[in-house]
Write a protein that binds this ligand. Structure first.
Ligand code: FAD
Length: 446
């Protein structure tokens, strides 16, 4: 079962026509909708389950520039600027707090990695744009107040923050409804219609919406959905597990991680705790189809991603690659992905938390859950037009960082849809990089 996520009232009444239909009511779909109505376009968001029901409610809630892939760094910094104003602008409480984020270094090698990232990041965006700094063992101890262990130091970014995944996106969706966005939920999109090579509408489980543009922001479903209209989006899923604790007095306010575990203070007074860098890849037929494209990622994640063969393989094997739009689809039978958490990973994380903070060792785990993270071969998202289909756009593959960069990613997607000057240079995010001979590589961000 997923975490306790705020639910917004259902709405199944379709508009006959809008400028843009967005497939997916996660942080990316909702942020794109927000930016599009600011441009004066009419928008419908279709969510097959409930708003933020998949990754966008299940994540840690970290909003950061620290250690971002340099191709994504400017977008991360723009997103933090947006997070700081969302609540005031929409009259909501997303739980965003500028709490700072610390990556504590367990040893000299980890510290050297932090130093190397910082030097490259500062060279790219300049000192004025980025307040990350290397901190001493003493300051690391102060930032991890109550920690029983001495670290080699760390990297700390005071302007990074946290928001509440179980509240933020639903709150934004409600505010957008009041501003005229049609937020349809539960409402699965079965497919897309084209006319003369251009987008002309979508077919939902309740009927058709005519539109000139479609943004597919379907998270882990995007590859499958886009594939049905002949658009190849290289994307796999990794299963990542999380826990939340009972409220804890006098715990650290700064969000932090080391090589074993990460934590964040929650608005309810508890902590979200998770295994920092370990996840499962549930093998699916796509794992074989995309093997060569993901080889660099596999090499760089060697040891931290475990492979699992389970029912998911056979479930995906049975799925059709194309389907009629006048009958129920898998988007209606599988409303919300809710994978089982990996107990061993969670146990290791909570053991580490207790060892690090003996004064908090009496904590109670209130709930554990997991989510499927959608990853691309270079762990950088796709925020892109689809060259061969006029009016089709894809925003997906956020590879474990999409909650924090969601607001700016939505703005960039809206800029591309409206053909406005883009918020940041979008070339690193184009879908065609996977097919035009560009070298696909990880850059060491995590
Ligand atoms: C355990 C975990 C920890 C994470 N920690 C962090 C973190 O600390 N910081 C951070 O920045 N990121 C984090 N992430 C990543 C972040 O949550 C995601 O990158 C982000 O939420 C992706 O948003 P999205 O809108 O693209 O996808 P999602 O939130 O998955 O939303 C996609 C939506 O599309 C809907 N959909 C799909 N197909 C259809 C269809 N045909 N019709 C209608 N609806 C459809 C789905 O139901 C789903 O609700 C974490 C993720 C996980 C799982």
């Amino acid at each position: 079962m997923g975490p306790p996520t705020e639910r917004i009232p259902e709405d199944r009444t379709l508009p006959s026509h809008v400028d843009v239909v967005i497939v997916g009511g996660g942080v990316i779909g909702i942020s794109t909708a927000r930016a599009l109505i600011e441009k004066g376009l009419s928008v419908a968001v279709c969510e097959k389950g409930y708003i933020a029901g998949e990754q966008s409610s299940r994540n840690w809630g970290w909003c950061r520039a620290t250690h971002r892939d340099l191709r994504e760094l400017e977008l991360s910094l723009e997103s933090l600027k947006l997070w700081r104003h969302i609540d005031a602008e929409l009259g909501i409480d997303t739980g965003f707090r500028q709490c700072g984020i610390l990556y504590a270094a367990d040893d000299a090698k980890a510290l050297a990695d932090h130093e190397a990232w910082l030097a490259r990041a500062v060279a790219l965006v300049g000192r004025d744009a980025l307040d990350s700094r290397i901190v001493s063992p003493d300051e690391t101890g102060t930032l991890m107040s109550g920690a029983a262990r001495r670290f080699a130091g760390g990297i700390y970014t005071p302007s990074d923050g946290r928001a509440e995944p179980q509240r933020a996106v639903p709150a934004m969706a409600v505010a957008l409804r009041e501003r005229g966005v049609k937020v349809l939920t539960p409402c699965a999109v079965r497919g897309i219609e084209t006319n003369g090579g251009a987008i002309s509408g979508v077919v939902t489980e309740y009927g058709r919406i005519a539109c000139g543009s479609v943004v597919v922001a379907g998270g882990a479903w995007t590859r499958y959905f886009a594939g049905s209209i002949g658009v190849d989006v290289p994307q796999l899923m990794v299963r990542s597990s999380v826990m939340r604790t009972s409220p804890l007095e006098n715990g650290p306010d700064v969000s932090a991680c080391n090589q074993e575990m990460g934590y964040r203070k929650r608005l309810d007074g508890g902590y979200t705790i998770a295994n920092a860098f370990h996840s499962y890849h549930d093998i699916t037929p796509d794992s074989f189809r995309l093997f060569t494209k993901f080889l660099p990622a596999l090499k760089s994640q060697f040891g931290s991603t475990k492979l699992a063969l389970n029912a998911r393989f056979f479930e995906e094997l049975r799925r059709p690659r194309r389907w009629p739009l006048d009958r129920p689809t898998v988007f209606e039978t599988s409303r919300t992905l809710d994978p089982a958490p990996v107990e061993a990973f969670n146990k290791a994380a909570v053991t580490e938390f207790r060892a690090l903070f003996p004064a908090l060792a009496g904590l109670r785990i209130e709930q554990a859950w997991a989510g499927y993270i959608d990853v691309t071969p270079d762990a950088v998202p796709v925020i892109s037009a689809v060259d061969e289909k006029r009016g089709l756009f894809i925003a997906t593959g956020f590879s474990g960082h999409g909650f924090g960069i969601g607001p700016a990613a939505g703005r960039l997607m809206a800029d591309l849809v409206a053909n406005d000057a883009p918020l940041v240079d979008p070339r690193a995010f184009r879908l065609s990089r996977f097919f035009d001979g560009s070298k696909i590589e990880m850059d060491g961000g995590f």
